[in-house]
Ligand binder design. Structure first.
Ligand code: SF4
Length: 350
């Protein structure tokens, strides 16, 4: 849909990003039963066709003979955060590009995979360190699907997915949609659409596409502020889309899928914490059913922003609620990752 998607890798896509239906068009599989078997093995992380023991040996040999790789990424490192229990995965893709995914666990034991949709990002948000990398390229469906496969191999009880890693998911929407199909399939993870969230900086055409064609995944918008000139200075590319258009697209999504939309609000001291920001936020949210996710700026990132004091954050949250909006404040766990899509790479780039 945007020029970003044209920059997809030219390397052969592996099998992991394809549903059984698609697999049957790529591989010499003559029944849907066999396609489902192969699909299921791939998402259990089988290392080779030879491991697919419920498939006749001759067919396994034929499949291996096609030379089409099952996977197009490998884990080059994992790093656990002893404080919050999150695990960061570094992945190398077949052309040498490096991306990251994170396994997050919250206090209640719920595990969420935070996936990347692009290597780098073209959006240039000033509070995000992925932005500094620029866009290398968009990821293929397999490269997205495999991130989850790797995470599930470590933690089989990972039950949720957020597209909040590197990149703008709606700038690579076709691949993201295809990966979502894989995750949702009963022969892989059978993940409900309601357990998957696409976090976007707000591309109206992409939101409308999800509204009209689905899949009915949840939406989160990195709002940051609803004061338009300020938003444009903080998010130079995303800020080009009028908030009015973004809101209309969100309303369309909500009308069709009846799901609460999350507004991500990274609180930057002295910047988006004024009474005008509250007013603008309330105006933007009126008529929508939203949850404001307030994330005090994480001072660890080497960017020119300041963390708000704890009581100022609490006061801001109170004002949001006084304006009639639901609001939660995220400290600690997964913070910096939940903030906005690129915060993930921001931390690892250090
Ligand atoms: S916050 Fe998201 S959209 Fe903005 S530059 Fe970072 S990765 Fe891209």
């Amino acid at each position: 849909m945007s020029h970003h998607s044209l920059r997809r890798s030219s390397t052969t896509d592996s099998l992991a990003g394809h549903t059984p239906d698609r697999l049957s068009r790529i591989l010499p599989l003559d029944t849907s039963y066999r396609s489902s078997q192969v699909f299921s093995w791939i998402h259990r992380g089988a290392a080779s066709f030879d491991e697919m023991t419920n498939i006749p040996k001759t067919l396994r040999t034929t499949l291996a003979g096609t030379g089409i790789p099952m996977y197009s990424s490998r884990v080059t490192g994992t790093q656990a955060d002893p404080q919050d229990g999150s695990v960061k995965f570094s992945l190398e893709l077949s052309d040498g590009a490096v991306i990251e995914s994170v396994l997050l666990s919250d206090g209640k034991g719920r595990k969420t995979a935070c996936l990347s949709s692009q290597a780098g990002c073209a959006m240039g948000c000033t509070f995000c360190r992925t932005a500094a990398m620029g866009l290398k390229r968009s990821l293929s469906p397999s490269e997205i699907a495999e991130q989850f496969m790797h995470i599930r191999k470590m933690a089989a009880d990972t039950s949720h997915i957020v597209f909040m890693g590197m990149g703008e998911p709606l700038a690579n929407l076709e691949s993201v949609k295809q990966a979502v199909e894989v995750f949702h399939h009963p022969e892989s993870y059978a993940m409900s659409h309601r357990r998957m969230t696409i976090s976007t900086c707000g591309i109206p055409s992409g939101i409308r596409s999800l509204a009209r064609e689905g899949p009915p995944v949840r939406l989160a918008l990195s709002l940051i502020t609803a004061r338009e000139p300020l938003r444009e200075s903080l998010m130079p590319a995303a800020g080009k889309f009028p908030l009015k258009e973004i809101k209309e697209a969100l309303a369309d999504h909500q009308a069709r899928h009846r799901q609460r939309i999350t507004l991500e609000y990274v609180l930057l001291k002295g910047i988006n914490d004024t009474p005008e920001d509250i007013k603008a936020l309330a105006r933007f949210a009126s008529g929508l059913q939203v949850l404001v996710n307030l994330i005090p700026w994480n001072p660890a990132a080497e960017l020119p922003f300041t963390e708000p004091a704890k009581n100022d954050t609490a006061a801001f949250a109170k004002r949001i609620m006084n304006a009639g909006l639901n609001c939660v404040t995220r400290y600690g766990k997964g913070r910096g990752i939940n903030g906005a899509c690129g915060q993930l790479a921001a931390q690892s780039a250090r």
